[in-house]
Design a protein around this ligand. Structure first.
Ligand code: PLP
Ligand code: COI
Length: 367
């Protein structure tokens, strides 16, 4: 059984006969956008109670063939992760805190009744894919290779119970800035009708269903000209939780920095966690506490809150421009990010791209 001994991780490699030409790849890497293009290979392994995780392999990137009764298509037993590989000036490639993603995937798996993937298999699978697709790691400002590990119920069965056949895969996508505007402030829509997660639910797990539930409010946000939606708690509709795909930070006029405390329904962002440390390194008091929507609106309006920013792997650190709701708005940034937001962003990306010393031991060499 999976928990007893860790199966050896020795992936086989099947090189793609259809790898893109270097000219085609260069064309894509020149302007990758986010989530549009995929590399030449992917990682795959499967789990059953009898065989544990087995047959780890890097194979040519391509469609999965699924029986229509595959459990994930019906009951959404699925989890995923997101992390980036960064090319450094000496041509080496590095990952930022991959063990933290591996550990979060284990927590998500526990909540979704999926099997535990050993930490070494997670980091090993990501490294194996990067090695196969080394040429796809972009260089340059804001560029990285976004890695998407995911695990899903692949048993062909319509009963509602944990799948006895599970697939884990990693795909990779060269990435530029997540928001088309780059590091410019983004506007946020406050959802008054919908919550992202509830007590006892799956909010702290990175499962596809949470994102499915966020799409309608996200659409509402877009119809109000906003790039992201902010969610409040599901009971009092008062406490700020997070955005559809990012955590939030509030910079105060006294220099302190506040982020909503982990309530059990907020995703424990690795960027959020890293900023707790980076902001302290930069001399800020960092506080995790409940933040009410009135704290946000009034704080920005009266100047107690001087900057608001969102953070996550895909979005890195992105300043919040306006917070809009039915009947009003407050503006926390116009045109350019505030100084504290820019400093925190700079300190984080300097570590990720190898331009600053890795004082906290966050970087792992991939290639
Ligand atoms: N919150 C949600 C809902 C997310 O999807 C993400 C993105 O992964 C985050 C927060 C930020 O997490 P991380 O910093 O680990 O990418
Ligand atoms: C990430 O930041 O890695 C995410 O998964 C967020 C998603 C909205 C792209």
């Amino acid at each position: 059984m999976s928990a007893m001994t860790t199966p050896a991780f020795t992936p086989r490699i099947e090189t793609s006969p259809n790898a893109r030409s270097s000219a085609e790849r260069a064309g894509i890497l020149a302007d990758p956008g986010f989530g549009n293009h995929f590399t030449d290979h992917m990682f795959l392994t499967e789990w059953t109670p009898e065989q544990d995780w087995h047959d780890p392999r890097v194979v040519p990137y391509g469609p999965l063939s699924l029986d229509p009764a595959t459990a994930v298509l019906h009951y959404a037993q699925e989890i995923f992760e997101g992390l980036k590989a960064y090319a450094h000036a000496d041509d080496s490639v590095w990952l930022f805190r991959p063990e933290a993603n591996a550990a979060r995937m284990q927590r998500s798996a526990a909540r979704l009744a999926l099997p535990q993937l050993p930490i070494e298999w997670f980091t090993g699978s990501v490294k194996a894919l990067i090695e196969a697709d080394r040429a796809w790691v972009p260089t340059g400002e804001e560029r990285s290779l976004y890695l998407r590990p995911f695990m899903f119920a692949s048993e062909v069965f319509l009963g509602v119970r944990p799948s006895q056949h599970v697939t884990y895969s990693v795909i990779a996508s060269p990435a530029g800035a997540y928001f088309a505007e780059g590091v410019k402030p983004v506007d946020i829509w406050l959802s008054s009708e919908y919550s992202r997660a509830g007590a006892g639910g799956t909010g702290a797990a990175k499962c596809g269903g949470n994102y499915a539930a966020s799409l309608l409010p996200q659409q509402e946000a877009a119809s109000h000209g906003c790039a992201q939606v902010a969610f409040l708690d599901s009971v009092e509709h008062r406490w700020v939780e997070e955005l559809g795909g990012m955590n939030l930070y509030f910079v105060h006029s006294d220099g302190s920095i506040v982020t909503p405390e982990l309530s059990g329904s907020i995703l424990e962002g690795i960027t959020r966690d890293s900023i707790l440390t980076i902001a302290q390194d930069l001399g800020h008091d960092v506080i995790e506490r409940k933040v009410s929507i009135d704290d946000w609106r009034d704080g920005v309006a009266d100047g107690t809150i001087t900057e608001v920013f969102a953070c996550g792997t895909a979005a890195v650190v992105t300043p919040v421009g306006k917070l809009k709701w039915d009947g009003g708005e407050v503006v926390s940034a116009e045109g350019e990010p505030g100084k504290v937001t820019a400093d925190i962003r700079g300190a984080l990306v300097d570590i990720q791209y190898g331009r600053a010393e890795d004082r906290h031991g966050w970087m792992t060499r991939a290639v």
